[in-house]
Design a protein around this ligand. Structure first.
Ligand code: HEC
Length: 116
């Protein structure tokens, strides 16, 4: 059984596009790849919901490239996206998605602050 674990983890990582930029230490590289290895387990599962729900109609980068936004912006957008026909986003998907986006915006701000 143990032998199954690595291939399965790898397959999951590849299908999620997590192996795009393994050397990057940033949460966001090029607005697309998100290195989740430094996130808490809670945020990693929040990210999973985000990456599955928000990549159906457009690239994930469409959301990620919106950059550092406040919670009001994200709340408005996630609800707007959820209300699109056949969005596949349930009301209960919103809290994890919003938690991830909150953290994402915060980390962008922190990074920018650090570069000044
Ligand atoms: C049902 C299809 C669909 C899903 C699912 C979807 N989007 Fe969108 N998204 C769109 C469309 C269509 C547009 C362009 C029209 C608009 O801005 O409303 C868009 C635009 C956007 C924009 C604006 C980008 C810009 O160029 O200004 C953001 C940000 C965004 N989406 C984020 C998200 C997030 C976050 C999620 C997950 C909660 C998500 N989207 C899920 C269809 C979708």
């Amino acid at each position: 059984m143990r032998r199954m674990i690595l291939p399965m983890t790898l397959a999951a990582a590849i299908s999620l596009g997590l192996l795009g930029c393994p050397s990057s230490k940033n949460l966001v590289a090029n607005g697309e790849a998100v290195d989740t290895s430094q996130l808490s387990p809670e945020l990693q599962s929040d990210y999973l919901v985000f990456s599955q729900r928000c990549s159906k109609c457009h690239a994930l980068s469409r959301a990620l490239n919106s950059g550092d936004r406040d919670d009001v912006f994200w709340q408005r957008y996630v609800t707007r996206m959820r209300r699109q026909p056949a969005s596949g986003i349930a009301p209960e998907d919103e809290p994890p998605i919003l938690r991830f986006l909150h953290h994402y915006s915060e980390s962008l701000r922190a990074e920018r602050g650090g570069q000044k």
